[in-house]
Design a protein around this ligand. Structure first.
Ligand SMILES: *[C@@H]1O[C@H](CO)[C@@H](O)[C@H](O)[C@H]1NC(C)=O
Length: 197
């Protein structure tokens, strides 16, 4: 940027001195100063616009995907007396770092439309289901739920949400429900920014 400014200056000054050698009486130097001031102002504006666009681009790149465990041995969580935030610790993608694997909470970095998907599963024990709510701030949005007496039961859901900057989204194991994890990563939570608004 600096190099091209100096170059433009040289061109301007060169043009002026060339023309001064003829008999033209150019309005010098006031007009040149005004032109330079205007150029400087335009450049400052351009710089501001560029850094704004750079920040915008960074904030638009939001996508994460995680599973409950890191693929350790089989574990069952639940039944628990209250709904509990599931903390998906095995993160395979976290572009934009909007998902926190210590808390299980996704925080929208920008106002926009986001898409989430989650899958929950466990082995049926004859009396408990396997279900999880997608929770936006304090609001239960959709539940993925499956119940069967025996064998592995699993369900998946997706939801598209309009989020304000700072809104939080997480997945809560339904009270008195089960979730089972093993090396197959049967429980996952993913989210993407579709577009900012
Ligand atoms: C892991 O769980 C799945 C059910 O999602 C089951 O089909 C599979 O046999 C289990 N694998 C191991 C190694 O326990």
């Amino acid at each position: 940027m600096k190099i091209s400014v100096s170059f433009t200056l040289l061109l301007l000054l060169g043009a002026v001195s060339a023309e001064e050698s003829t008999d033209y009486q150019l309005p010098f130097p006031q007009d040149i100063y005004i032109a330079l001031e205007q150029m400087t102002a335009s450049l400052d504006q351009l710089k501001a616009d560029m850094s704004f666009l750079q920040r915008e681009t960074q904030v638009r790149q939001v996508a994460f995907s995680a599973s409950l465990g890191a693929g350790a041995g089989p574990t069952t969580l639940g039944p628990l007396p209250t709904a509990t935030t599931l903390i998906y610790k095995h993160v395979i993608t976290n572009t934009g770092k909007a998902y926190n694997s210590n808390t299980g909470v996704f925080t929208a970095p920008v106002k926009g439309v986001y898409h989430f998907e989650w899958t929950i599963g466990a082995y049926g024990d004859g009396s408990h289901g396997s279900g999880a709510w997608l929770v936006k701030n304090t609001e239960n949005v959709f539940m993925a739920y499956e119940y069967q007496k025996a064998g592995f039961m699993s369900s998946s859901k997706g939801a598209t949400l309009l989020l304000e900057e700072g809104d939080v989204v997480s997945v809560h194991l339904v009270a008195n429900n089960l979730v089972y994890d093993n090396v197959s990563h049967p429980n996952t939570f993913s989210g993407h920014l579709l577009f900012p608004i």
